[in-house]
Ligand binder design. Structure first.
Ligand SMILES: C[C@](O)(CO)[C@H](O)COP(=O)(O)OP(=O)(O)OC[C@H]1O[C@@H](n2ccc(N)nc2=O)[C@H](O)[C@@H]1O
Ligand SMILES: Nc1ncnc2c1ncn2[C@@H]1O[C@H](COP(=O)(O)OP(=O)(O)OP(=O)(O)O)[C@@H](O)[C@H]1O
Length: 289
């Protein structure tokens, strides 16, 4: 059995620079991972059987991005191997933390290995786009400045502070935010170097605050303690701190009923740190034989 993490991502900034004819938006964003997220285990199964436990509330199994990723891999490679997959879900859905995309990416990477398919990272990332805009960055596993519709990556190494992430109890539908006429779509295109010397913002934040006053209220509260912003299209917000203790102190004061977590920013995805450990175990057991 193989157990692997599916970490959350944060959009350290998110700037929308235009809208294409197909309705997709051109954007500039800086992705960083955190060492907190879902966890998946994979065991081989015969006859192409795919079983996911437990089911996610409100998501039929065939719509779950984990099963979609596994089926996509089967159909693209003609593999008739199967898997029993167990999901420990920790990330809120519709929170802008990319949980579904991360689950899908971990599934692509894990099954490629379990089924010995030999696809390259580029091939897996290419497959991932069909599942969601954020899947490729999770497959590549490196903090990155993304442009285009979020599909052109430049590796980046922002500071790796401690984050307090707060999750208002609501789901934001990404498509609804991108389709709202009030979304600003004309931000200036900057180089990564210019971004590193400019205050960061999220172009979706004002709109989400307007549509969801709970987000506005919580962000107002968090800003009292540290620089804070929304991730992706929300609803989660995050603040950065110099130490775990400082972030935990603020979490302890969070308004009643607000869920959140403290995690470290990581420029290498915890998925790849876990895979590197598996490689070490594999090579030492080969030596033993
Ligand atoms: C905004 C981000 O969260 C940044 O990380 C992501 O790009 C969104 O990623 P996601 O939730 O995986 O989104 P997808 O499922 O691919 O797209 C959901 C919807 O968002 C809109 N969408 C998404 C990405 C993009 N560059 N332009 C868009 O207009 C489209 O209406 C699309 O139908
Ligand atoms: N394994 C999965 N985990 C979470 N959501 C899933 C999964 N499979 C399908 N979904 C669907 O995807 C939707 C978006 O979930 P997700 O957690 O990726 O949102 P998000 O964090 O807002 O993503 P993003 O930051 O990419 O916009 C959910 O509302 C759910 O219907």
């Amino acid at each position: 059995m193989m157990v692997l993490p599916a970490p959350a991502k944060l959009n350290l900034f998110l700037s929308i620079t235009g809208r294409r004819d197909d309705g997709y938006h051109s954007l500039q964003t800086l992705f960083q991972f955190v060492d907190y997220g879902d966890s998946l285990s994979f065991a081989p199964a015969a006859d192409g059987e795919l079983l996911l436990t437990p089911a996610l509330a409100g998501v039929p199994c065939e719509q779950n991005l984990i099963i979609k990723a596994a089926r996509l891999l089967q159909s693209k490679t003609g593999s008739n191997q199967g898997a029993h997959i167990h999901l420990t879900k920790r990330l809120p859905m519709g929170g802008g933390l990319g949980g579904g995309s991360s689950d899908a990416a971990t599934t692509l990477v894990a099954l490629n290995r379990l089924w010995k398919l030999g696809l390259s990272t580029d091939q897996l990332a290419e497959l991932g786009i069909a599942l969601g805009a954020d899947v490729p960055v999770f497959v590549r596993g490196q903090a990155a400045f993304a442009e285009g519709v979020g599909d052109i990556f430049t590796p980046a190494s922002p500071a790796e502070p401690w984050y307090l992430v707060l999750c208002p109890a609501l789901e934001v539908a990404t498509a609804a935010i991108f389709n709202d006429p009030d979304l600003p779509r004309n931000s200036k295109t900057l180089s990564l170097q210019q971004w590193l010397n400019t205050p960061w913002h999220n172009d979706c934040e004002a709109l989400v605050k307007k549509r969801y006053p709970e987000v506005a209220k919580l962000l107002g509260w968090l800003l009292e303690y540290a620089p804070s912003r929304m991730t992706g299209t929300g609803a989660c917000i995050f603040a950065s701190f110099n130490s775990r203790e400082a972030a935990e102190k603020v979490l302890a004061k969070a308004p009643q009923g607000v869920l959140g977590f403290v995690a470290k920013g990581c420029n290498q995805s915890p998925l790849f740190s876990a895979l590197a450990q598996l490689d070490t175990i594999d090579s030492s057991s080969n030596t033993a034989i």
